[in-house]
Design a protein around this ligand. Structure first.
Ligand code: WTA
Length: 651
């Protein structure tokens, strides 16, 4: 990463908003001035304007229990009511909420009225299964409208959902179910991916059978989607349609306190165990709605919005479900992969629905670049007027391609920096105000205070870099790590006291714009997804043939980083197979243990690992090796010979 910094900061291209765009923009420069004048007054106003409160709040922020913030905490609201009922009551019931596009090309359209009716029924299903406010619901589903309906039905009754990405293994699913003590699992028989049905229910079955069976789960609700055959546990498993047919249609939404939990979302940290990031309702929904409206310049009555993220990630929570629906947007929800059944699938969808706002990740853009501009060139993309990027820094080359080929040379690109923990966008341009710089996320959003500090916590100035911190509490901030307040304190707050430590390196350019430089901890970023080196190492060491393992994220042209593992086999197992066989077996092992997204792109079988005198594995050096770079400073190594041997094996 560091090799690119100089190049990045010399990027001189500038893209000011056109006069036409600026004039019609939702977010104007006054947002900055207002929020600087009175930050809490600014959020007070946003919360009141953007949301419906069952009981109005009188307090904006209570930081007396730092680092656990309370926002709007004497107010009450219902998140689902805000995303559904009020749009219907205010006359927007016939507006399309979701264009559900299945991978095989089947289409299901839900207006706000229809979506509201569905969510009410499913809320009644949950209640009939004994799920009440505060109970946890695990969701393991494909990207179909029912995933959104399930999340909203959970929110409607004050339950807490934890969505587990459908690509995670049975083990990963089980550990999340156990940690959250989920009562109900909602899944599908299977979903469509890459032209095939990808089974999901069997993974839920395997998860619930693991550890001798007994879990906190009493029921599994199953949507029929893939039509694949599934095993059935009588008394526990229920078909979605049957359950819905057995309950009442009406459900009246009640208000819950603004600090009532909304969801837990697990994300990788620096240790082997994923962290259950906890979000609550009032502050979260305020910032999700505010950013969605202003950063994407949403004109809800005319735009068609499409965020390509899966609901298994935070982007799918805040910018598929909560932000867009709170704002009454019309959006596309697409089930499948970009290349099925043909490589122009995304562009076909944009043409079909006249998508005007597209939010996606640099890794996708880079893979489209590789395929060539002829593919999008075959489709009419003229409806596009705003583009968004998230997940990792967008390299200027990809930025320009996105701008020219997808955005017709005119659509502004908002590069949005944020995290599972921040809940909503924190750094981004305002497309009608900011002069864009390819590769820079640019400025904190109105109402958010960010600094770049050195190791001692001293704020840096223009032209210098360091660690990114968030200096003041923000509405959508995490309220903790589920069941682990000590880890919450240690991970984010111990380093700089009252400032939130994000784990990213960053730099100001000479204008004071922010450039993100990647993680500074042992967290990798593969295709915009966070993976922990420790978690993959522990999966590897869990295999019987492995004595020791070290995992690094090596630079990769398409995915940003790729998982590369260095493994020492146990002496007793060295001769059981060839190194190629061991490598293949271990790649599959990681995929089985954690999920296909964590499968190493390479596993090198080595005889030793480079260590410091105190026995710490020197990952930085392994990264040099994996990236084919000249090996860095080795003065603290015990045995410098090890590296040249490893290096010779690798290249
Ligand atoms: C990285 C995804 C640079 C960053 C919303 C962060 C980015 C981590 C950007 C969070 C961006 C996300 N520019 N880096 N625009 N967006 N990141 O929790 O390292 O999956 O800490 O949330 O992704 O990943 P997470």
């Amino acid at each position: 990463m560091s090799n690119n910094i100089d190049n990045l900061l010399h990027e001189e291209r500038r893209f000011p908003p056109s006069a036409e765009f600026a004039a019609q923009a939702v977010g104007q420069a006054s947002l900055y001035t207002d929020s600087k004048k009175d930050r809490l007054g600014f959020w007070d106003k946003q919360a009141k304007e953007l949301l419906h409160w069952h009981k109005p709040f009188t307090r904006v922020l209570d930081w007396s229990d730092a680092p656990v913030a309370k926002w709007f905490d004497d107010g009450e609201l219902n998140v689902a009511y805000n995303c559904l009922d009020r749009h219907v009551l205010e006359g927007r019931g016939d507006r399309v909420a979701i264009y559900g596009e299945g991978e095989p090309g089947d289409q299901r359209v839900y207006t706000y009225s229809e979506l509201t009716a569905e969510v009410k029924r499913v809320a009644n299903v949950f209640l009939s299964l004994g799920v009440t406010a505060g109970d946890r619901i695990a969701i393991y589903m494909p990207m179909i409208p029912e995933a959104v309906i399930t999340m909203l039905a959970s929110a409607r009754i004050g339950a807490v959902h934890t969505v587990v990405f459908g690509g995670f293994s049975a083990d990963s699913l089980r550990s999340r179910i156990d940690d959250a003590e989920a009562k109900l699992v909602v899944t599908a028989d299977g979903g469509w991916r890459k032209g095939k049905v990808f089974p999901l229910k069997p993974t839920v079955d395997a998860a619930l059978e693991a550890n001798g069976g007994g879990s906190t789960v009493t029921n599994v609700l199953v949507v029929k989607r893939g039509e694949n055959e599934v095993a059935w546990t009588e008394g526990r498993d229920i078909w979605w349609d049957d359950a819905k047919a057995g309950v009442e249609a009406e459900h009246v939404a009640q208000g819950f306190p603004a600090e009532h939990p909304l969801f837990i979302l697990y994300t990788s940290g620096t240790t082997g165990k994923p962290k259950g990031i906890l979000h609550t309702t009032g502050g979260y929904l305020t910032q999700a709605a505010f950013t969605h409206k202003n950063i994407f310049d949403l004109h809800a009555d005319s735009d068609v919005y499409w965020c390509t993220a899966d609901v298994g990630w935070i982007t799918g929570h805040s910018y598929v479900v909560y932000g867009p629906l709170a704002n009454g947007a019309t959006q596309v929800v697409y089930e499948g992969t970009p290349d099925a059944p043909h490589p122009g699938r995304w562009w076909e969808i944009i043409e079909k629905y006249k998508v005007s706002i597209l939010y996606t990740a640099p890794t996708a853009i880079r893979s489209f670049m590789k395929l060539g501009r002829e593919i999008p060139g075959k489709f009419d993309l003229s409806s596009i007027r705003v583009l968004g990027s998230v997940g990792e820094p967008i390299n200027p080359e990809a930025w320009i391609w996105y701008h020219d080929i997808i955005g017709g040379g005119k659509a502004p690109i908002v590069d949005t920096w944020w995290q599972t923990e921040t809940g909503a966008i924190m750094i981004a341009a305002l497309p009608g105000v900011t002069t864009l710089k390819p590769g820079s996320a640019q400025v904190p959003i109105p109402g958010v205070v960010i600094d770049i500090v050195d190791e001692q916590g001293v704020p840096q100035d223009k032209n210098s870099g360091g660690l990114l911190v968030i200096s003041e509490p923000w509405p959508a901030m995490l309220r903790g790590i589920w069941g682990d307040p000590v880890r919450f304190q240690e991970t984010y707050w111990d380093k700089f006291g009252d400032k939130y430590f994000a784990g990213d390196g960053a730099r100001y350019d000479r204008d004071g714009d922010i450039w993100l430089l990647g993680r500074v901890d042992d967290v990798m970023n593969v295709s915009g997804h966070r993976l922990s080196t420790a978690e993959i190492e522990s999966a590897l060491v869990g295999n019987n043939i492995v004595a020791e393992a070290a995992v690094v994220g090596a630079a990769d042209e398409t995915t940003g980083q790729a998982v590369v593992a260095f493994v020492i086999l146990k002496k007793s197992h060295v001769d059981d197979q060839t190194p190629e066989e061991a490598s293949a077996l271990l790649r599959k092992h990681v995929s089985d243990q954690i999920g296909a997204i964590a499968r190493p792109s390479k596993v090198y079988i080595v005889e030793e690992l480079p260590k410091t005198r105190s026995g710490k594995i020197m990952r930085r050096l392994l990264q040099d090796v994996a990236e084919g770079r000249e090996i860095g400073d080795t003065t603290t190594l015990t045995d410098t010979g090890v590296l040249s041997i490893i290096s010779a094996q690798v290249h």
